[in-house]
Structures are given as C-alpha cells and as structure tokens.
Design a protein around this ligand. Sequence first.
Ligand code: CMP
Length: 140
Amino acid sequence: MAIERTLSIIKPDATRRNITGAIVARFEEAGLRVVAQRRAHLTQEQAEQFYAVHRERAFFEDLCTFMTSGPVVVQVLEGEEAISRNREVMGATNPANADEGTIRRDFGESVEANSVHGSDAPETAAEEIGFFFSQIDIVG
Ligand code: CMP
C-alpha cells in the first residue's frame, strides 16, 4: 500500500460549532496524520478558484458564499491510501446518504454544510495541496 497525501478542509459549519478537534480526532483514529494545518478565511476569489471545477453547477454560487461565510481549517493528511481512506472517513457528500460513523453522517448539517472536503484523486490532491501549502509547510 502506498503512503499518500490528501487535502482536507474543515468547513465553516464545523468551525462555527467549535468541533474541529472532534473532526481531526476522526482522521487520526483512522490512521491519518496531520502533516500541515492552517486556519484561513477564504476570499470569494479563492473559493471560486478552488471550486472552479463546479463553476457550471447550479450550486456553485451558494457553495462559494458558504465557504466564505466563516473560517475553515485547511490541512494535509498523510497515510496509507490517504485519498480513499479520507473519503471513507468523511462519508457520502450528502450527510443523509452517508454511512453511520462517518464524519458527514455524524456532524454534517446539509449537502452544502457537510463539515469536510477531501480531494478525490491523486491529481486533484496534488493540485489542492499546492493551492494552500508550499513544500516547506508540510512536515511529515
Ligand atoms: P465538497 O466535497 O466540498 O465538493 C463540492 C461541494 O459542493 C460538496 O462537497 C458539497 O458540500 C457542495 N454541494 C452543494 N450542493 C451540492 C449538490 N447538490 N451536489 C453536490 N455537491 C453539492
């Protein structure tokens, strides 16, 4: 199994409820390690750029408004098969469809306010990590 890195965002609904520690604990319990972490308040431009792949989707504007509505925690998670492991721990995008014991099932409020984002593939992980972090920020 390969050691990978993936980009994780703890979203504004979770920072607002002060549950970032509980969410990080889920990643750590799943064998993922936080190797870079920063709190940030995204600008409209940053949110639009980060989610550019969704630009044509009906929810794009609301998504960007939500993602700029409060602070987020951006982090790099490292571990065996970190990209797919992170997605398992997060659960389905819509908390209503997420398996029991996943972060989105236990903490998500709605498909938009679903507490966490995670990269979906090796190429997007590299791109998304580079969006927020320099190599020097990542300490494994
Ligand atoms: P995320 O993994 O951050 O990637 C894009 C986000 O768009 C997704 O999580 C959801 O929070 C958000 N979103 C809002 N509405 C929808 C929708 N109808 N379908 C999919 N994603 C949505």
